[in-house]
Design a protein. Sequence first.
Length: 53
Amino acid sequence: MEWSEPSRTVRVGVARMDGHVTIRVAGELDIASVPVLARELHRAVARPARCWT
């Protein structure tokens, strides 16, 4: 699993296997974490794969 650079409140992990994407979120989800989460979700879906949340 590749983890995003840590912010003050949240980290996002993305793993790819057999054409699927697994996204894990650790930490506080609040307005301050939106940019980190949005960036990582956009990166995850930019490459073709099936996403499970």
